[in-house]
Design a protein around this ligand. Structure first.
Ligand SMILES: Nc1nc2c(ncn2[C@@H]2O[C@H](COP(=O)(O)OP(=O)(O)OP(=O)(O)O)[C@@H](O)[C@H]2O)c(=O)[nH]1
Ligand SMILES: [Mg+2]
Length: 273
């Protein structure tokens, strides 16, 4: 199973980010704490050049804490990085001071010219459904940016003033044209960054069940019934039946993936080293 998702609106997003870059002082890149490597867009490296950048691992509430810690230790070699949860608000208090530090040089240059400091302008980027708009809303203390539990919600640019020190630019999620490693595509699909219509839910669910088993991940019933549950068993437990009482494995797969994404199987980090 090879998963790819790079629709026309993403090619447009890439152009849009490039255009906007000249107006911003720094970039916040959001990655997924469950897949800190697979959720980082390789295209961003060339696109962002040497703009000051802060890397945030979001959805730490869904990832395994020991792994988040390990990942952050390794990622910090490349620049500032820490973990947050845009829904619970964890870690968000560190963002403004960190951005101020990253842009201190610009601030002192303006002060040196006798110019009044203006708010720091920051572009928020990342893959679809990673929580860019949720983060901005949490920081702004309202729901100014539209959010949703499927990828592709934000379609245009939107500037949102957080307070007199910071303005954040919400942008649409961006993937890249080809996932070189098919595992990356599967992990992005499993965590919800790819539209459900572009992959086979059953194949993906079977892959994920196998992955969990191979990595000795303990999952709660009905996913683990005497070993590892099959889609048949999950479907029966969840009442995904067709006429005649046969299990609807397609529906069981969708249900399983939905529950995995919501953390009902516990905290899981799929990228490990
Ligand atoms: N558990 C958990 N869910 C989160 C977190 N942050 C965001 N979400 C959820 O993830 C989903 C996507 O959030 P959005 O803010 O719309 O994501 P986005 O990056 O703006 O998505 P696009 O606009 O489609 O690119 C929503 O259902 C959020 O509630 C988090 O830290 N933890
Ligand atoms: Mg959004």
């Amino acid at each position: 199973m090879s998963i790819q998702w790079f629709p026309g609106h993403m090619a447009k997003t890439k152009r849009l980010l490039t255009e906007q870059l000249q107006w911003v002082d720094a970039v916040v890149e959001l990655a997924d704490a469950r897949i800190p490597a697979s959720s980082r867009n390789p295209v961003l490296a060339e696109l962002l050049g040497n703009k000051p950048r802060l890397l945030l691992l979001n959805k730490t509430d869904l990832a395994e804490e020991v792994w988040t810690k390990r990942w952050l230790e390794s990622l910090r070699g490349q620049g500032p990085a820490f973990g947050i949860s845009a829904v619970s608000g964890r870690g968000l208090g560190r963002i403004t001071p960190e951005l101020a530090k990253l842009t201190a040089e610009r601030a002192s240059r303006l002060a040196g010219k006798g110019l009044r400091p203006r708010p720091i302008r920051v572009m928020v980027v990342g893959i679809p459904n990673i929580g860019k708009s949720s983060l901005i809303n949490q920081m702004a203390g309202g729901s100014k940016a539209k959010t949703g539990d499927k990828p592709g919600i934000t379609r245009g640019n939107q500037w949102i003033r957080i307070h007199d020190k910071i303005e954040l630019l919400d942008t649409p999620g961006l993937l890249w044209p080809k996932f070189e490693d098919p595992e990356v595509g599967r992990k992005l699909a499993a965590t919800g960054a790819v539209r459900d219509e572009v992959f086979d839910a059953e194949e993906l669910a079977v892959w994920l069940l196998t992955w969990l088993k191979e990595n000795n991940v303990r999952v709660p019933p009905p996913y683990e019934s005497r070993g590892q549950a099959t889609l048949e068993e999950i479907g029966r437990q969840r009442g995904c039946l067709m006429a005649g009482g046969r299990v609807d494995t397609g529906k069981a797969a969708q249900e399983f993936l939905r529950e995995f994404r919501r953390g009902r199987l516990g905290r899981n980090t799929l990228d490990r080293f």
